[in-house]
Design a protein around this ligand. Structure first.
Ligand code: HEC
Length: 159
């Protein structure tokens, strides 16, 4: 299949989605924010999680739970250390907030249609990420597991 053609089709799809669900809550508009997302949404993603999730000290038990969920539900498309169907999970916290990651896990459809960063990812990876029936607790545990993949936490990795 022709790569450019796919890109054009996706772009057309994105545009039609924009026009179809335009309106809603619009507080600030910019070229990059046609959906009128709030400042919170731009930084932390589009709900269900509407409060900033603060990270405490790394919790190895929680990280182990997150790893389990990740291996069951995510490794079909994500590898910890390299790009696959979706992006590598390592060092994701350098570019996304914990809340953003949780919202992406629990609300990927809206995130890839309405959030400027989600839209960019969708254009780059050209595959939709499905909602995997992950609870908010599981999404939080996955964030903890992602923390163990950060370069500076590498030594705390679970065997
Ligand atoms: C069917 C494939 C697939 C599955 C299963 C999947 N993802 Fe994704 N994921 C993607 C793709 C593709 C992207 C890039 C955005 C897009 O195109 O939708 C993505 C993007 C992401 C992002 C955003 C990365 C960034 O830098 O913004 C996170 C976080 C994420 N996935 C976590 C997960 C987790 C956690 C699971 C398991 C609960 C999971 N994904 C399951 C395909 C998948």
């Amino acid at each position: 299949m022709n790569y450019r053609k796919i890109q054009i089709i996706l772009l057309a799809l994105a545009v039609s989605v924009f026009t179809a669900c335009g309106g809603g809550s619009s507080e600030q508009e910019s070229a990059d924010n046609e959906q009128g997302l709030t400042e919170f949404e731009l930084e932390h993603g589009i709900g269900p999680v509407n409060e900033v999730v603060e990270l405490g000290e790394l919790d190895p038990d929680l990280a182990a739970q997150g790893k389990e969920v990740f291996e069951a539900k995510c490794t079909a498309c994500h590898k910890p250390n390299e790009r696959y169907i979706g992006p590598a999970s390592k060092n994701i916290l350098d570019r996304r907030s914990p809340t953003y990651i949780m919202n992406m896990i629990m609300n990927p459809d809206e995130m890839t249609k309405k959030h400027p960063e989600g839209i960019k990812m969708m254009q780059e990876y050209m595959a939709p990420m499905p909602y995997q029936n992950v609870t908010v607790e599981q999404a939080r545990a996955i964030v903890e597991y992602f923390r163990t993949l950060e370069d500076e936490n590498e030594q705390e990795k679970q065997p």
